[in-house]
Every structure is written in C-alpha cells, then in structure tokens.
Design a protein around this ligand. Sequence first.
Ligand code: IYR
Length: 219
Amino acid sequence: MKYPQIPYSRPVLTDEELKSRSQSFYKMMNERRSVREFSNRDVPDEVIDAILLTASTAPSGAHKQPWTFCVVRSAEIKKKIREAAEKEEYESYNSRMPQDWLEDLAPLGTDWRKPFLETAPALIVVFKRSYENVNGLKKNNYYVTESVGLACGFLLAAIHNAGLASLTHTPSPMNFLAQVLNRPENEKPFLLIPIGYPAEGCMVPDLARKPISDIVIRY
Ligand code: IYR
C-alpha cells in the first residue's frame, strides 16, 4: 500500500521575513529554562492535549509514531512516582554515579530529592514503543530513540511556547515507571517531564549557551 499523495508547499517569504521569523523564534526558545521548582497552580487539560498533539507532529521512522504519553495528575500516583524516583536517585547520588558525573552536576545543584514530582500539576511520562503487537505478532518500529527524542524536543518547545515550564527528568533506572503506570511489555520509559508554572521566586542557574562558532562548522 502506498499513501495517496497530496500537494504541499510553504509560502515563499522575503529574506527579511525569513530573518525576522527565525530570529524571533530563536529569541523565544532561548528563554526556555529547565525548572526544578514548580508552582502547584493547575493547567487546563486542553493545553496538555495541544502540546501532546504538537509533540506527535514529530517525524518518526516509517511514520510509526512510536510513542505513548502518560499524563499523571493523580496526587496518589504522583506520590508513588516521587517515592520510587527518590529511592533510585538516592542510590545513584550516593553510590552509583561516578565522581566525574557528580562533579559535573555540582554546578547545577541537583540532588536525590525530587519534590517537584508532587508539586507540578502534571507529569508527562514518555514511553518509547520498541515494537507493536499486530494480530499477536511482534512488529518492530524503526529509529525509535531518535523518533521519541524528536517528539520530546517538540514537546518541550510546545510547553515553553504555551507559557509553561518543564524539566527533562531522567531518574535512573526508570523501569519503575512502567510498573507504576501499568504499561505493556512493548513500552519502555524514556523521559519524565513535569509541567507547570515555575514556583514564585523560582531560581535557575545563570548558565550560558555555546556561541555559534562553537557549534557550527561550515563547508
Ligand atoms: N538523574 C539525576 C541526575 C542528573 C543527571 C544529569 I546528566 C542531569 O543533567 C541532571 C540530573 C537527577 O535527575 O537528579
């Protein structure tokens, strides 16, 4: 089966319009920061739906869209997730992470405590679908990590554009998320993203992003 083809084009803009649009998007995106202190102020379901639909516009291998987004609003489940994450993180910070890693994280001031997992009004737990069960048969997906990574990038951009903050949290190991959320065998936890408003008085590290000369090589 081949998809029917439909026409596609983008409006042809002037160079000035291209510059202005690309620069204003950069300016907006450059204001995104990872936030670790969230307000408990609620966010509407419609906003979460729209940002998840945006995430799902990401390209994926063979258009398999190999992602599942679990939206956790239940205080009880958030608490379970926090307790399990803190248990793993405590072990990681105290015995599993090598000294170099701890030293690299020191400037960010992170530790095993994850209160934001209960404070944020919603947690988005992203799962990658390594394969699909089709009529009882295993069908592999393709470029699953790349695809789900792209969807998460789109998701973070959509969250920021909506006016909210997020954190890409990676408790390790994170198999507990599949258990707590009762996910099937073909889904593996990928990223845990609290979403909401930053807490009043929220602080973030004063870090700089690499200049273009450090990230681009022209040929
Ligand atoms: N998963 C831990 C440790 C951590 C690792 C990296 I790399 C970070 O950029 C931040 C934290 C945690 O979430 O605290």
